[in-house]
Write a protein that binds this ligand. Structure first.
Ligand code: AMP
Length: 146
């Protein structure tokens, strides 16, 4: 029996996402698991406490389109069938938890950085995803060791 049936991979669409997806592909192949990807866009208004004296709609739309085209490129490069791609807006950790539960994923994969110290053991997002997840979470080391 396969260890995992549906894996959700959280990608921030940075250059490190390619490294993350290389490892994910091997794992998904071994488990013969379904694979879905998620990228969360935090609304610009979050950064300004929701009280912005200008209309950010056009900028937000550009950010969404840019994220979609990057996501498409990563899917093409992945060389593994992708069940769903989710580009959602909201708070990163909560959206990852929400989609993982909705889609009945049994593993969430996030990248983690080689920083020093306790808070640095996992990246901040990886740490946040771990707490409150209803399924297993795998943190894959990406980026430079320092
Ligand atoms: P961070 O700790 O924020 O540097 O991010 C570590 C990992 O969290 C990344 O490699 C991704 O797996 C995930 N992550 C960070 N930001 C996002 C995002 N906006 N959407 C989806 N996943 C993210």
């Amino acid at each position: 029996m396969a260890l995992y049936k549906h894996i959700l991979v959280a990608i921030d669409l940075s250059d490190e996402s390619g490294l993350l997806l290389d490892k994910v592909r091997t794992l998904a192949e071994n488990c013969q698991a379904d694979l879905s990807l998620i990228h969360v866009i935090e609304p610009l208004s979050f950064a300004y406490g929701g009280d912005v004296p200008m209309d950010l709609t056009a900028i937000q739309e550009q950010l969404d389109e840019h994220a979609q085209s990057k996501m498409d490129r990563y899917c093409q490069k992945l060389n593994y069938p992708v069940r769903h791609t989710h580009i959602v807006s909201g708070h990163t950790e909560s959206e990852i938890h929400r989609i993982a539960e909705e889609q009945q994923c049994d593993l969430i994969i996030v990248g983690s950085h080689g920083r020093h110290g306790l808070a640095l053991l996992l990246g901040s997002t990886a740490n946040g995803v771990l707490h409150g997840a209803q399924c297993d979470v795998l943190a894959v080391r990406v980026g430079k060791e320092d």
